[in-house]
Design a protein. Structure first.
Length: 414
């Protein structure tokens, strides 16, 4: 509170012989002057208070102070509508204690008395299609015996079923089961869900601002944190409970990712998903990891086309050729994939597409469907653009002779 010091006024009438006659007038003038000065000072204080309150009212209608702050607020506002909480429930046995009579008296024992449905965990997901397809982590929906319920940001509740789990990435796709979303008359009610836009994780940069949204601690839905991309191309071994998986080429971020955030989106300031939050480093401060969204795009497309997530398989063991490999094996080229054996593994897998196509140890695969194989554009990366059952053409260098080989990709088994 601000205090205002007002001037003091002293009225000292000159003494005259008839001072007694002036006393009433002086008193009246003093009272009037005091009233006027008090009114003026009160008006000044009131004006200042009103002005201050007006400032406070303006400040309550907050405006972002920077372009970045504006972008963060807008991104969170738009994205939150498509971020969902996934609640995991399971039937667990109800145990009761009883006393069993034995040779040495009564012994306490436990017995099962039916089952009850209990919430056993939670995670996050985000909607990628208007009919309710949701991307999340595999470890969030790893239990085949559990039931999964989706809660939207506005409190709506829907049952969900698991469509597919990626055998090699911590990615899963579930779907809101709208067939069981019934109105009061028992008719299905189909909801058109808001979706998130998937960005391009191949073009992200270290230092780039990112936002994570998730169901923190499986209790605080749509919790927001922000930070930067603090590293790219990381390799980690993620574990939790019975889940252990090595993940390659993941995004590192210092945006806080808490338990329950798993499966939530990592967003850029355009509101595009560039990653799926998947793991945290327990012995560090603010080191989290996300799976690049481009890896999940392939899984999403496969589920739409094939109804499952499948990896293509050629059936060869190889090393990528660079200058060092070229010199070591005395090769004529410095690119491609050289088929080799080693570490107890054959160069060609028995019964594989490679064996059926006549490939053998020492062959160099230079191109796949006219796409050159290099250390920057590996055979493993190129083949991920295809599905089991696709026919491909390989350009081969064998003992100085070039040829083309066609084969049909098989499905890789876990």
């Amino acid at each position: 509170m601000e205090l205002y010091n007002l001037p003091k006024f002293n009225i000292r009438p000159k003494k005259k012989k008839n001072d007694s006659k002036l006393i009433p007038l002086v008193v009246i003038v003093s009272i009037l002057f005091g009233f006027i000065s008090g009114a003026i000072s009160s008006s000044i204080v009131y004006y200042r208070i009103a002005e201050r309150l007006n400032d406070l009212n303006v400040n309550n209608d907050y405006s972002p102070q920077t372009d970045q702050e504006t972008a963060v607020i807008q991104t969170v506002d738009q994205a939150s509508q498509s971020v969902v909480s996934i609640i995991i429930t399971k039937d667990v046995p109800i145990l009761e204690q009883y006393l069993e009579v034995g040779p040495f008296g009564f012994t306490p024992q436990l017995r099962e008395k039916g089952t009850e449905k209990v919430e056993v965990g939670g995670g996050t997901g985000f909607i990628v299609s208007e009919d309710g397809l949701i991307l999340t982590n595999k470890h969030v929906v790893i239990d085949d015996e559990a039931e999964y319920t989706v809660f939207t940001n506005d409190g709506e509740k829907f049952p969900a079923r698991v469509l597919a789990k990626d055998p090699y990435q911590d990615v899963a796709i579930i779907k809101i089961d709208q067939e069981n979303n019934l109105d009061e008359e028992g008719n299905p009610v189909f909801v058109k869900f808001p979706v998130l836009t998937l960005g391009d994780s191949d073009n992200i940069q270290t230092g780039q601002t990112v936002i994570a949204i998730g169901n923190a601690l499986a209790e605080f839905k749509n919790t927001v944190s922000s930070g930067v991309i603090s590293g790219l191309g990381r390799k980690i071994t993620a574990s939790g409970g019975d889940f252990v998986e090595t993940l390659e080429d993941v995004i590192q971020t210092d945006a806080a990712i808490n338990k329950g955030n798993s499966g939530g989106p990592l967003l850029n300031l355009k509101g595009e998903v560039i990653g799926i939050n998947t793991a945290i480093a327990n012995d560090a401060q603010s080191i989290g990891f996300a799976i690049p969204i481009n890896k999940a795009k392939r899984a999403l497309e496969q589920v739409r086309k094939l109804g499952k997530i499948a990896y293509p398989f050629i059936g060869i063991r190889y090393i990528l050729i660079n200058e060092q490999v070229k010199e070591e094996y005395k090769l004529n080229v410095d690119f491609g994939a050289l088929i080799v054996e080693g570490e107890g593994e054959p160069a060609i897998t028995s019964g594989s597409p490679a064996e059926k196509a006549g490939l053998r140890k020492g062959d160099i695969i230079l191109e796949l469907n006219n796409e050159k194989i290099t250390t920057e554009n590996t055979l493993a990366e190129i083949i991920m653009n295809y599905n089991p059952g696709d026919e491909i053409t390989l350009r081969i260098l064998r003992e100085g002779e070039y040829s083309e080989v066609k084969l049909v990709l098989d499905e890789r088994n876990e």
